[in-house]
Design a protein. Sequence first.
Length: 631
Amino acid sequence: MNLPKISTQKDYEKAYLYSLENPESFWASIAEHFVWKRKWDSVLEYNWLKPETKWFEGGKLNITENCLDRHLKTKGDQVAIIWEPNDPKDEALHITYKELHRRVSKFANVLKSYNVEKGDRVCIYMPMILELTVAVLACARIGAVHSVVFAGFSSKALAARINDASCKLLLTTDGSYRGNKITPLKDIADEALKFCPTIEKTIVYKRTGQDVNWGGNDVWWHEAIKNADDFCKAEVMEAEDMLFILYTSGSTGKPKGMVHTCGGYMVYTAYTFQNVFQYEEGDVYWCSADIGWITGHSYIVYGPLSSGATTVMFEGVPSYPDYGRFWGICEKHKVNQFYTAPTAIRALAKHPIDLVNKHDLSQLKTLGTVGEPINEEAWRWYNKHVGKGNCPIVDTWWQTETGGILISSLAGVTRQKKTYATLPMIGVSPILLDNKGGEIKTKEAEGILAIKQPWPSIARTIYGNHKRYKDVYFTAYEGLYFPGDGALRDENGNYRITGRVDDVVIVSGHNLGTAPIENAINEHEAVVESAVVGFQHDVKGNALYAYVILYDRFDASENLLQTIRNKVTETIGPIAKPDKIQFVSSLPKTRSGKIMRRILRKIATNEISNLGDTSTLLNPDVVQEIIDKRL
Ligand code: PRX
């Protein structure tokens, strides 16, 4: 399904102005290209003081009819998904739209047979196997709300997410393969389920074939689908019905279950997919993210499939069997658009260039990055060695909350500028604010990023906590959406995202709130208190530095360090493990008892010559002690 394409810088400028002045007619003209069961009554209604945003109200649809059924006539035999297994010696799968439609329908019928109904929440804790996409779409088919939990999360993190959304069903696998590691997902899920009273059944896909404990509520996937019918009628959904919940870390407290709805999300992800990557019929597109994150939801599953594209799903890791795996996959599947994270680029750039050069990458047309600012060195390496100087790089800035890309160049169409995400997407109105919340009107500026008016895929709420949604995103600057990032703007209106302005640290592209990590560390019996900050890291972008106070009766041993790290792994997952843990006698605090993280951040990054004003500290002496023993 081809949406109107922007194909020159002039086109972009014209469409951009039009979209901001006439958002309703602009987005209606895009939405018309989709299959609706009933047309909308109004395109946009919003009030960001409440806050409330509604797109295509009155419209009825099912997103899977747009992702699957509508393609059957014209491209039923075209490959929808190329699935590349962890082990390159195993066979890749080429799943056509017809076959995907069949598998999704079959599994949707399985869900129904376990009494899953429209609006019920289903938790999906699965690795990057084809059935993960099947599960996601099967939920959407019957109007169940999927909540995908990244399969690297711990049992505690999984339980918290299942309980927050009162999920009815859990979908998982016996184990998962990543490189030469097997993770026992079913065991982790079993541990979580001890604390999840709402789960009625667990459907388990057999991937690794290892032994698993079997309970009365467990069902094998292959047995469940045996007698399921190949056809399942799509549930009729309102445009503003919930499509999915996806959790993201906040700077405080528990993870936020961002709620995305059907109509606007579908329109925006397809439109940005086609325009940012300049996808053309017949191209093979690969996004290396995991479907456990928003990038996978929007740009592996929904955006590409509703566009009728061929999308690649990769089960493994970039380092297995060697650091040339990504490029081997690009060659093998003749990938035309490749989308990854700066942290992956930095990790791969550390290895011999021959690992790139031995692969034929001549099919590549567009390269993309997402998740964190891309540094100049990584940008140059990606451009020179992977793109051979011929592929535009789209540096796409967006968030779990935004559902789709908000700032990016359009590949080969609008001008790129290295390390800049560049220009806002059509329909997106970023502004920069000063410390007092006033808009900075000069072209060249640095400030806090905010967005002025709604785009169709903005998350509508935090599941079960609309107040928190308002507090986090709409309270700092009245009437504006506050994403939590700082940015620079150059004289041509290009934006460069400079990083978070809150206590969220982006580690290897993963958005981690420091508060939950501190809570995990504090749960250790030896720990009185801790503070976690980010520091710059060559490969990960940022890594975590934890300052920890121990009770007197405990000695600072290597063993203790390990058990503290394990605590974080158990509570959140291995991605949140601090790289450095320094034991300290106390933490620098203000008189009101607030930890001065600004100082700790500077010490962690070795910027100790100018620590700024420390006079308001309750205990200024501790600063020198921490500096002397820094790691
Ligand atoms: O700080 C920004 C950073 O990642 C945050 C959003 O993280 P998450 O919700 O996990 O979504 C990541 C994938 C969309 C943002 O607030 N970020 C994301 N993309 C970029 C970026 N920072 C700079 N440049 C980017 N291209």
